[in-house]
Each structure stands twice: as structure tokens, then as C-alpha cells.
Write a protein that binds this ligand. Structure first.
Ligand SMILES: Cc1cc2nc3c(=O)[nH]c(=O)nc-3n(C[C@H](O)[C@H](O)[C@H](O)COP(=O)(O)OP(=O)(O)OC[C@H]3O[C@@H](n4cnc5c(N)ncnc54)[C@H](O)[C@@H]3O)c2cc1C
Length: 391
């Protein structure tokens, strides 16, 4: 997909300094050369090529906002945002955002050993990470998860299953939410860093058939009497690290939601840009579609909405960089920007006519890909609850 920009000469994001702009150039070139040509195969295989992870590691696009001492890029969320924007503009779905999310859990709460073991591998793309919270019986209501991690001497014994897990097909590191105390709700949940390599009783289910995002793997995971060392507990072995999972997820989910908001705005902008080009080329009744007032008005609305979204997102990014972004604003960003993304992409599809319904056209794939943005990482209904708590 061409990477187009809506011309906005009077506006640049304040968080994008010269160094971040240079990084963007490197990231964009890498994605264009190494990822874009293989998208049809990724979609057919329902996931990226395994080598894509190593390539991304070499190019420095994994863990861009993690300290260099752990192998990360040493950047800030601005660098992470650039990666997400360039992937979205190129129409590439690659689970680097999840990789970063899991790395943030490890940096935030992991033991020194966990940091040393996992972070450099994740940064190099030698390991792939997934985060496994959702279960067949519990998505929004995370307190209700049933996967258990029972202590048995120097081990935890894990039983249960997870569903909808992004990166799950290849993940050798699963950050797993499980009940270490099944008798209680949120305080019984712990996170475990499960090394899935040659792990008896662990099984990856079939690739789930989604309506979009076909280039990214989403699977079920099964744990049947799986024994992991007690040191797998996030933070390391020790009672004090049990039961902290729910609070840790609540602390880290805003990061994931902001990542989603970044992708939402980038895709909306890209949809407007490529639709503008399309309607200037496509003719009906002897003139370009762009000459019809309805087309111009619809695109004007889309551009205005995308730009209002951009300015709000930039404000959120700046506040996040300054450590001042509150949870209600993050929820607003995730909720409003993904709703806006879906509306814009839908209008842009309409302006493509029948071609907009053909999956060989990027706008058709964007339409299918964008829908889930309103559902995962906390559905938009849950976002409204979070916003309402601040009222
Ligand atoms: C493509 C894809 C990738 C995903 N990747 C991951 C992943 O990597 N890791 C992971 O753990 N999960 C992942 N998920 C799961 C995702 O986070 C959940 O689907 C989401 O949290 C919703 O949970 P649910 O599907 O169980 O829906 P439910 O919780 O059953 O909700 C169904 C409907 O009820 C609404 N609802 C629920 N509770 C309330 C409430 N209190 N008030 C108002 N409305 C409510 C919801 O908004 C929704 O509209 C992924 C999902 C998809 C589709």
C-alpha cells in the first residue's frame, strides 16, 4: 500500500523532533522493503514470516522505547508511536506493539533475572511475546478468569485455556494472567512469564478465522497440567509477587490503549489520503468523482475528523511523555479515536464504490481490519465506564 500523507502544512506533531523524524525514515524504509512485498503471503499464512521478527530486531523497530541497557532502542513513546504509525500507513499488521507491551510489564515488575533473560531476546526478535488475559468465558470481566496456577513445591501447575491471543502462534514467551488463588477475584490474579519452549502440556490451537487482520496470528492457547518454575512469577518467586496481576494489568493497559489510538489515527489519515487520490482519478458522468460536491464534502468531513483526532492524540502523547496522562483521557483516546477511525474508513470505502468491497483494494482491508479496534484491549463500552468513573 502506498504510504500517503494528507497535506497538513500548517501542522506538525510537537513530539516529533528531528531525531524522531530520522527514525521514522529508517522505519518507513524498512517496512516498505522488508514487510510490504510479503503481505499477501503473511495473510495467506495467517501470520508474519518467522524471519520478520529477526529482521525487525536488526532494524531497531522492536522495543523502540525501552532502555538500551536491556537491548531496547533507548527512545521514548514517540519512537514507539512512529513504528505503529508507519505499520498502520503501510497496512501491515505485525505484533511489535504486543512485544513492547510485554517488555513494559517485565521492565516495570520483573526481577533482574527476568529482565536479563527476556528483554534482549525480545529486542533482537529472537523471542516473540504474547499477552494472554482473555479466556473463552472472560474477556471484559477479567476478574472471572479461570486459568489456575497452583503452587506445588518449586513449581506452579497451570491449567486452563486462553483465546484470541495475538502473536500466540509463535510466542515463546507468554505473559499469562492466572489465578494463584481461585477463591478470590481480582486479588487472586497473578502474572507469570511462561517460557513455552518444549513445555509439556502446553498447546497452541488453530489459527482463528477473523474477518480482518489476516497477516497477524491470533490463536487459542491450552495449558494442561503445565509445570513451570516458581521463578516464572512476574517479579520472581515470592509470596509478595502473588496476587498483583490485576493491579499490574490496570497500570499497563493504558500504554496498550494509547498504542491502539496511535494506529487508529494513522489509519484514518491514510484512508483519507488514498481515497482523495482515488476520487481524483476515477470518473463518473464524464468527470472525476472529486468534482461531485458530495464527494468533496464527505472527504472534507473525514479530513476534519482525522485532524481533530490527530490533535487530541498528540496532546495525549505529549502528556504521556511527560508522565501526566490520566486513565480517563487514555480511555477517551482509545474510545473516540477508534470510533472515528471506523467511521472515516467506512465513508472512504463508500467513495470507492464496488471496488471498495474488493479485498485487493487497501480500503477494503482497512475496513475489515479497523473493526476490532473498538473491541480489544478493553472494549469501547468498558472505555466509557472508565471515563464515567472520572465524572
Ligand atoms: C483480533 C483480536 C485480538 C485480540 N488479542 C488479544 C490478546 O493478545 N490478548 C488477550 O488477552 N486478549 C486479546 N483479545 C481479546 C479482547 O481483548 C476481548 O475480545 C475483549 O476484551 C472483549 O472481551 P470478550 O470478547 O470476552 O467480550 P465480552 O466481555 O463478552 O463483551 C461482549 C459485549 O458486552 C459488552 N460489555 C461487557 N461488559 C460490559 C460492561 N460492564 N458494560 C457495558 N458493556 C459491556 C462489551 O463491550 C461487548 O460489546 C483479542 C481479541 C481480538 C478479536
Amino acid at each position: 500500500m502506498d504510504r500517503l500523507q494528507i497535506p497538513l502544512p500548517a501542522y506538525t506533531s510537537a513530539w516529533e523532533n528531528d531525531e524522531v523524524r530520522m527514525f521514522r525514515k529508517t522505519v518507513a524504509q524498512f517496512i516498505e522493503k522488508e514487510f510490504v512485498p510479503h503481505q499477501a503471503r503473511w495473510r495467506e499464512n495467517r501470520g508474519p514470516d518467522p524471519e520478520a521478527w529477526l529482521g525487525a530486531g536488526r532494524a531497531g523497530i522492536l522495543l523502540a522505547d525501552l532502555p538500551e541497557e536491556y537491548g531496547g532502542g533507548g527512545g521514548t513513546f514517540a519512537h514507539e508511536a512512529v513504528v505503529l504509525e508507519e505499520l498502520a500507513r503501510a497496512g501491515v499488521h505485525f505484533g511489535s506493539a504486543i512485544q513492547s507491551t510485554v517488555a513494559h510489564y517485565i521492565v516495570g515488575y520483573g526481577s533482574d533475572e527476568q529482565k536479563r533473560t527476556w528483554l534482549p531476546r525480545l529486542a533482537r526478535g529472537e523471542s516473540v511475546a504474547a499477552i494472554a488475559m482473555s479466556e473463552p468465558g472472560a474477556g471484559s470481566d477479567l476478574q472471572a478468569i479461570r486459568t489456575g496456577a497452583r503452587r506445588d513445591g518449586e513449581h506452579y501447575v497451570i491449567d486452563g485455556s486462553k483465546t484470541f491471543i495475538t502473536n500466540g502462534a509463535r510466542a515463546d514467551l507468554v505473559c499469562l494472567a492466572a489465578k494463584t488463588d481461585p477463591k478470590i477475584g481480582m486479588r487472586g490474579i497473578s502474572l507469570l512469564l511462561v517460557d513455552t519452549r518444549e513445555l509439556a502440556g502446553y498447546r497452541v490451537g488453530r489459527a482463528l478465522e477473523k474477518i480482518g487482520m489476516h497477516g497477524q496470528d491470533t490463536v487459542e492457547l491450552f495449558f494442561d497440567d503445565v509445570r513451570v518454575p516458581a521463578s516464572s512469577l512476574l517479579g520472581g518467586d515470592g509470596v509478595k509477587n502473588e496476587g498483583r496481576g490485576f493491579a499490574q494489568m490496570m497500570e499497563q493497559l493504558p500504554y496498550e490503549r494509547l498504542q491502539i489510538a496511535v494506529g487508529a489515527v494513522a489509519m484514518a489519515e491514510q484512508a483519507v489520503a488514498l481515497t482523495t487520490r482515488y476520487v481524483k482519478e476515477r470518473k463518473a458522468f464524464g468527470k472525476p468523482l472529486f468534482d461531485l460536491q458530495n464527494t468533496r464534502f464527505k472527504l472534507a468531513e473525514c479530513k476534519a475528523n482525522a485532524h481533530v483526532g490527530r490533535v487530541f492524540l498528540d496532546s495525549c502523547i505529549e502528556r504521556f511523555l511527560a508522565g501526566r496522562l490520566d486513565d480517563a483521557s487514555t480511555a477517551m483516546a482509545k474510545y473516540w479515536l477508534t470510533e472515528s477511525q471506523c467511521r472515516i474508513v467506512d465513508e472512504c470505502l463508500q467513495l470507492h464504490g464496488g471496488y471498495g468491497y474488493m479485498t485487493e483494494y487497501p480500503i477494503a482491508r482497512m475496513w475489515a481490519d479497523s473493526r476490532v479496534q473498538r473491541i480489544y484491549a478493553g472494549s469501547n463500552e468498558i472505555m466509557k465506564e472508565l471515563i464515567a468513573w472520572s465524572l
